[in-house]
Ligand binder design. Sequence first.
Ligand code: ADP
Ligand code: MG
Length: 318
Amino acid sequence: MKLSQLREFGLIERLAKIIGKPSSRVVIGIGDDAAVLEIRNTKSFGPSLRTRSEILNNHKLPNSKYQLITTDTLVENVHFIISKRFSFAALGRKAMLANISDIAAMGGVPTFAVVTIGAPSGFSVERIVELYKGMKEEGKKHKVSIVGGDTVRSPRELIISITLLGEVEKQYLLTRAGAKVGDLICVTGKFGGPAVSRFEIGKQTAESRTQEARIVAKSRLATAMIDSSDGLVRSILELCKASKVGARLWEDKVPIAKGATLQQALYGGEEYELVFLVPPSKVKKLKKLKFSIVGEIVSRQDNSLPSAGGYEHFKVLK
Ligand code: ADP
Ligand code: MG
C-alpha cells in the first residue's frame, strides 16, 4: 500500500499499533501536541542536593512536574520554497515556534532543544548560520537553549527537525481530552493570515501564544487545549476525537485575518493560535486574556463539524 492511500493520520494509527502499550511512566503518548512523561526523582535530578540523605529523601518525593517532549520537521519544497529573498532567519524562527507552540498547548514551558539539519553538500554555510540565528532568537524569547542535534547530508532538499523538551506542573497540564458537552470553544488571535500570504515564510508574523497558554493553564478553568497549527477546524476535530464529543462552530464568530476568506480562516492553518475549551459558567473568570468564543461542544450525535479538512501529509491534492 502507498502512503498516499493510508495518508498521514492513517499511518500514525498504524505506527501507534506497532509501538504498542507504553510504559507506566508515559502519561500521554501518541495523540496529543506533546508526549507527557512522569519524571523519576533520581539523584541526577538534583545538582543542588548534596548529602546522601537529601538525595534519598528527594527520591521519595513525588515529582511535581511532568516532562513534555515534542518534535516538528520542516522540509524544503513541502513546508517552504527557497526563493530569491528568502529569509533563513525567519525559517529558523518558524521551526522553533512550531515546537514551542506544541509545548505551550499542553500548558507547559519549553526548556531544551536538539536540532537536526539535513542539507546537500553545495548548500551555503551562511544560510545555515542565518537559520541558526533565527532559531536561537526565537528560542531565547522563550528561554529555550539548544543543547545539541545532528548534522547530515541530504541528497536534495534542506530539512530542519527540532525536538523540544518542556515541563509542566502536574496541576496545570492541559490535553486534547477532557472536553465536556456545553464547553465553549475559545480561540486567541485571528485565522487565515498565513494562507493569505501563501504560507510564505517571513511574510506572516505568527505569534507564539506561550504567555496566553500559561494564563489558561494556571487559571485551571479550561477542560482541554490544542494549538491551531493544522487549521482551526482540524484542531477542533482533534479535540473532539480525543474527548469523544462533537462541536458546533459559529462561523460568523471566527476572527478572520485581514484579506482572508472564511475558508482560509477555517482550514488554512499555521497560525499557532490556541484553541481551548471552557465551561460557560467559568468563561467570565478569564478576564486577563484576549480571546474569542467561536462555538460550543455538543454530543457526538449533534456534531455539525465537517469530518475532514486541514492540512494532511501524503494527501493527493485534486
Ligand atoms: P502536531 O500537528 O501537533 O505536531 P501531529 O499531527 O504531527 O501533531 O502528530 C499527532 C500525534 O502523532 C502526535 O502525538 C505525534 O507525536 C504522533 N506522531 C506523528 N508522527 C509519528 C511517528 N512517525 N511515530 C510515532 N508517533 C508519531
Ligand atoms: Mg500541535
